[in-house]
Design a protein around this ligand. Structure first.
Ligand code: PHE
Length: 350
């Protein structure tokens, strides 16, 4: 055991004699002595060869040696600690600088307005229905009384995805309105039906301040016995008052949609110029906000709903347009450019 003691003494001498010029040297020291393959570990392993009656004494000596090496390491380390801060302005980090603030995101204005629209209709007993953005021809067009060659299909420039294989199977497309969700609701539910269908829709339009190839809608459907045009008007009137306040004026104009008869578009008095005339209302004082009408009996029959017993109304509006009026957003492209200067204006709005 003499040689083991000798070895420990030699090690101690070497450790004491070691000097470091920089942090890298300290690291070398650590690896050589305290690393997993280091000399301290190796000498601790010698314990196995120590006779049992001497184990206790040697255990203490070895432990002391280990503490000795660790203490030396800490002392060396301390020499170079603070080197970073002492070295300010020489490419090292200044630990005293304040951190970069992490900015908190906010809800997108379209989400805010969609949520508000949904909340208003929920107060009237509507529930939310959702459906796929990739649709088949039947749910988007056919079921809504727009057969294959119907000229009104041109009203909605459609992105077609896939024509049927050898004339079999559906034509796939990106839904042009969330009326496709109304179709899916009528397919699976029996009247009374009272749903709103919020969602993204797509149309092949050239992108400009006034048009985009995708936008968002909230459509609504109400089917029950004795539902009349008066119910339609009152529902939409309530919506407008809740959304824009009591002073907003409303007017209905006759219109045409293949899935409703009669059909009407609804305008509200321009909120930007208070009806005096501006760019947004094209100097008319009125802005169109939605299409609506009584559900066409053919649409009801397409889903096996008895059109002698049940009547219904439907409506559809663009979330972008409502947001534009509420927050005076004058360019549709702002909604999808992800410019934080635009988005952060809505921080704190809930
Ligand atoms: N689906 C129509 C559109 O996208 C809107 C609408 C819905 C009109 C329901 C009438 C009734 O333009």
């Amino acid at each position: 055991m003499e040689s083991l003691l000798q070895q420990i003494n030699d090690h101690k001498t070497a450790i004491t004699a070691f000097t470091a010029n920089n942090a890298e040297d300290v690291e070398q020291f650590r690896i050589k002595w305290l690393g997993t393959k280091g000399l301290v570990k190796a000498i601790m392993g010698e314990m196995r060869n120590v006779p049992n009656d001497q184990k206790k004494a040697f255990g203490q000596i070895l432990n002391e040696f280990k503490l000795f090496a660790e203490a030396r390491f800490e002392a060396l380390q301390a020499q170079f600690e603070g080197a970073n801060t002492a070295d300010l302005g020489h490419g090292s980090q200044d630990q005293s600088l304040p951190g970069d603030p992490i900015s908190v995101g906010s809800r997108h204005p379209l989400t805010l307005v969609r949520n508000e629209m949904v909340a208003i209709f929920k107060r009237l007993g509507f529930s939310v229905a959702e459906g796929p953005e990739i649709e088949d021809d039947w749910h988007n067009f056919g079921a809504m009384n727009l057969p294959e060659d119907h000229p009104a299909r041109d009203m909605q420039d459609t992105f077609y995805i896939k024509k049927p294989d050898n004339g079999n199977g559906p034509t796939w497309l990106l839904r042009t309105h969330t009326s496709s969700v109304q179709a899916r609701v009528m397919e699976t539910q029996k009247p009374p039906i009272r749903v709103i269908c919020p969602g993204r829709v797509y149309r092949n339009e050239t992108i400009s301040a006034r048009a985009h190839c995708f936008f968002h809608q909230v459509e609504g459907l109400y089917i029950d016995e004795n539902v009349s045009f008066a119910d339609l008007k009152q529902t939409l009137y309530f919506f407008v008052q809740e959304m824009f306040g009591k002073d907003v004026k409303v007017r209905f104009r006759p219109s045409y949609f293949p899935f409703t008869e009669p059909s009407a578009e609804m305008d509200i008095s321009c909120l930007i110029c208070q009806g005096k005339g501006c760019n947004i209302c094209k100097h008319t004082g009125w802005v169109e906000i939605l299409g609506s009408g009584m559900v066409h009996p053919k649409v009801l029959e397409n889903f096996g709903i008895d059109s002698n017993k049940y009547t219904g109304f439907a409506f559809g509006m663009g979330v972008e347009r409502i947001t534009q009026l509420k927050y005076q957003v004058n360019d549709l492209r702002l909604y999808s450019q992800n410019d934080v200067r635009f988005l952060k204006q809505f921080t704190g709005v809930v």
